[in-house]
Design a protein around this ligand. Structure first.
Ligand code: 13P
Ligand code: SF4
Length: 324
């Protein structure tokens, strides 16, 4: 057996709960190649919590929610950052660490929230509500961030809104995140009509059915879910907050109202917790595969660039968020 084959083989123990043995051989060649390419190219892989377990647990160097990936992107010392996630995450990494080569394995890995708003929409909102600060979710293009005062993620949205110390803010573009934050603060929030195509599909009826089918199940929801869903959940928080909740409370049985890979990735760490699996796939996150991560490292593609006319202003909005 070659050394490289044994590298992938030793990783299987980590993911055996979530990857059936019959599927594993399909991954080993790419895993070995990616591990070698990372060393050759002095590259690191940043992977979002929605990446599949063979990416998240077997080739990623840094994993987390959007906030953690942004923070960690800033301090990466390697020459190349491969962003295993969606395009706005790769843009954020490039904004925060502009001297590095940032590549995304599939340029069309987008986001329905990012697609829901343009820079000129933000300018119109500013004209319509003069003087009201604009808080923009990181799930947006750099051009949209550049028109904003400050960014937020699902992990810090409440703290960001309250840090501004004003009676009213505009929060773009996720209507449900805005409403879920509005329910926790006295600050008046003006929302946009963008939605996450994954989380908008969950309904309160789903939660009731789950509670009936699995008595005692703990329900965790992402704040991109509609407010009626969050109201019926036991806890709502970012992908990292949901993962922490499982670690801290160790519920006997849990359901994560979010993207499918999240349960797999958290389940690997908590063999004693039973994960109930109704979930929705994010087609954008699922564009990233071991195959195109390998190609990204072999061919140095697809390099993420940011229009210089927006980069400085977009960076300021993200850096203001990270300073809070
Ligand atoms: P988190 O910041 O909670 O990881 O969410 C990112 C995302 O795209 C959720 O759909
Ligand atoms: Fe965008 Fe929703 Fe996919 Fe997250 S899960 S990347 S918000 S479409």
């Amino acid at each position: 057996m070659s050394v490289s084959l044994s590298t992938a083989a030793s990783l299987y123990d980590r993911v055996r709960r979530v990857i059936p043995p019959i599927e594993w051989p399909a991954f080993t060649d790419d895993i070995d190649a990616i591990l070698a390419l990372k060393r050759e190219r002095n590259a690191v892989i940043l992977a979002h919590n929605y990446q599949t377990p063979e990416i998240f647990h077997c080739v990623a160097d840094i994993v987390g929610d959007s906030l953690a990936l942004a923070r960690k992107a800033m301090t990466v010392d390697a020459d190349v950052i491969v962003l295993a996630g969606v395009h706005f995450m790769a843009e954020t990494a490039k904004l925060l660490n502009p001297g590095k080569t940032v590549v995304i394995p599939d340029l069309s890995a987008g986001c329905s929230l990012a697609d829901s708003i343009t820079a000129s929409d933000v300018r119109l909102m500013r004209q319509r509500y003069p003087g009201v600060p604009i808080v923009t979710y990181v799930n947006t293009s750099a051009a949209v961030k550049a028109e904003s005062d400050i960014c937020c993620t699902s992990g810090n949205a409440l703290a960001i809104v309250e840090s501004l110390d004003v009676p009213r803010v505009i929060m773009l573009p996720d209507e449900y995140l805005a409403k879920n934050i509005a329910a926790q603060t006295k600050v008046e929030i003006i929302a946009w009509k963008g939605h996450c195509e994954v989380h908008e599909r969950f309904s309160p009826a789903d939660i009731r059915e789950l509670r009936e089918a699995h008595p005692g199940v703990t329900v965790l929801a992402h704040p991109e879910c509609p407010p009626e869903v969050v109201a019926e959940a036991d806890f709502a928080g970012s992908t990292a907050a949901m993962s922490d909740y499982v670690g801290r409370h160790k519920p006997a049985r849990v359901v994560l109202m979010t993207e499918c890979s999240m349960s797999d990735n958290v389940a690997v760490e908590h063999p004693d917790v039973d994960f109930v699996r109704p979930c929705n796939l994010c087609p954008h996150m699922k564009r990233i595969t071991l195959g195109n991560i390998r190609a990204a490292l072999e061919q140095n593609r697809h390099i993420v660039t940011i229009d210089p006319s927006v980069a400085d202003r977009a960076r300021q909005a993200v850096e203001r968020m990270l300073a809070i």
